[in-house]
Design a binder for this molecule. Structure first.
Ligand code: MG
Length: 197
């Protein structure tokens, strides 16, 4: 089983029950080659983003198109196809997306288990491990400023996604962050920087 699916969801807020997914994007990569890409608005009730910060609320108002949205049940079916063979789900803090997708699946009255492999892959954890290894092997040859800034990124909690991204050579500004597909492509770039440098 070599398939991974890079995935991101946009939600109406952070609450696991009262907030809902309104956009899903996924990119399935099999044998190292992208073979299926998916972006979909998700019909959700109740609508509204009153608890989101302005930036996210504005994005929702600008982009969400109820006429183009699919039912939760259809999106559950689509994702079952995209994750066929128990592909691994790769994301930035993918537990967030997996939990919300589980809620969405139950709201769609599906009792089938979620289709992804239970090993969720968090690119931020991958980046920290990669950078920690680099620090041990190459750090002594780096200048003090570079070594100490990488050490800060690795050891300061909570992790900062943008700092981790920059530290593995992926400029987060180059992606349409916080659109579902923009985040998928950003996550994939971090994964590739770590796994296929
Ligand atoms: Mg996102």
């Amino acid at each position: 089983m070599t398939a991974v699916v890079f995935l991101d969801t946009e939600t109406t807020g952070l609450h696991p029950i009262t907030d809902h997914i309104w956009e899903v994007a996924a990119l399935r990569v099999e044998e190292g080659k992208p073979d299926e890409s998916y972006v979909q608005f998700v019909d959700h009730a109740p609508p509204g983003v009153e608890y989101l910060g302005t930036k996210f609320a504005d994005d929702y108002k600008a982009r969400y198109d109820p006429l183009a949205a699919q039912s939760r049940a259809n999106v559950v079916t689509d994702l079952r196809h995209i994750f066929r063979g128990r592909a691994h789900l790769v994301g930035a803090v993918p537990s967030f997306d997996a939990e919300r997708l589980g809620v969405m699946r139950r709201l769609a009255a599906s009792n089938e288990p979620d289709p992804w492999h239970y090993h969720l892959i968090d690119v931020e954890a991958l980046a920290v491990g990669y950078l920690r290894g680099k620090l041990a092997s190459d750090g002594p040859t780096w200048g003090y400023m570079h070594a100490s800034s990488v050490a800060d990124v690795v050891h300061t909690l909570p992790w900062d996604s943008n700092e981790l991204s920059n530290a593995v050579g992926v400029d987060p500004e180059q992606f349409a962050r916080h659109t579902a597909m923009g985040d998928v492509l950003w996550v994939k770039a971090i994964y590739d920087a770590v796994m296929n440098p």
